[in-house]
Write a protein that binds this ligand. Structure first.
Ligand SMILES: Cc1cc2nc3c(=O)[nH]c(=O)nc-3n(C[C@H](O)[C@H](O)[C@H](O)COP(=O)(O)O)c2cc1C
Length: 218
């Protein structure tokens, strides 16, 4: 199984979020054949320009930066760990820029069958809204959410242990292809909702419409 950890801390080595997220990764290590750690601060991600090219021609984008490589890695993964510090009660701008560049993942539910875990650290430990946001993001892309872990910085031993256990859980969920029925319902509702949008936009979003046709969802 392949796990990709995407960290959006601006402080690579000193990052408390990364420390916590690496515990999640360590928790799934035994089962993992390939894992990858990506630091968004090392990569170039420009803002989405809303040209809709990726909707007309899947995965294509006029901006030449590192986004294609990141998205490809997410598509190849079984599990995705989204790790962000709390910046003004949200994920960081770099993580948000990444998600905005991947609206095709939402339109075509490209993370279906994958599992997502959220990791957050902050000064206050008030991170529930951010974990909920990551969970909702997983669902709108079709992925199931195994859970999240957050910690006030510095990360305590107890929190590190919680993160390790979450990693174990992530690996087990992927292994048994666990199905969370309530989440599947939410994902299905999202598909039904987008079905109408796809019909409405089929003249413009040609590539994505074709993807839906190939999947037999229309
Ligand atoms: C721009 C910025 C905004 C922040 N906003 C918040 C916040 O709203 N609430 C909070 O509890 N901590 C906030 N913090 C503190 C960080 O979330 C905290 O230090 C976190 O552990 C940093 O993660 P890192 O070590 O992985 O970079 C903020 C830090 C920065 C730099």
């Amino acid at each position: 199984m392949k796990i990709v950890l995407i960290s959006s801390s601006a402080r690579k080595k000193k990052s408390q979020t990364l420390l916590l997220a690496k515990e999640v990764l360590r928790g799934c290590a035994k089962e993992t054949v390939g894992s990858e750690v990506m630091h968004l601060c090392d990569l170039r991600i420009e803002f989405c320009r809303h040209c809709e090219k990726c909707h007309r021609e899947i995965m294509s984008c006029p901006i030449e930066d590192d986004i294609r490589m990141i998205l490809k890695s997410m598509l190849e993964a079984d599990g995705i760990i989204l790790a962000s510090p709390n910046y003004i009660n949200q994920i960081t701008a770099s993580m948000k820029a990444l998600l905005e560049r991947a609206s095709h993942f939402i339109h075509c539910k490209r993370l279906l069958g994958k599992y997502v875990v959220g990791v957050v650290s902050s000064g206050s430990g008030q991170d529930k809204d951010i974990l909920d946001y990551i969970m909702r993001y997983a669902h709108i892309c079709g992925a199931q959410y195994c859970g999240g872990v957050s910690s006030r910085a510095p990360v305590s031993e107890g929190k590190a242990e919680e993160a390790f256990k979450l990693g174990r859980q992530l690996a087990a969920d992927i292994e048994e292809k666990k199905r969370f029925s309530d989440q599947e319902r939410a994902i299905q509702e999202g598909i039904e909702y987008f079905k109408k949008i796809m019909e409405m936009r089929k003249q413009d979003w040609i590539g994505e419409y074709q993807y839906w046709q190939e999947k037999g969802w229309l």
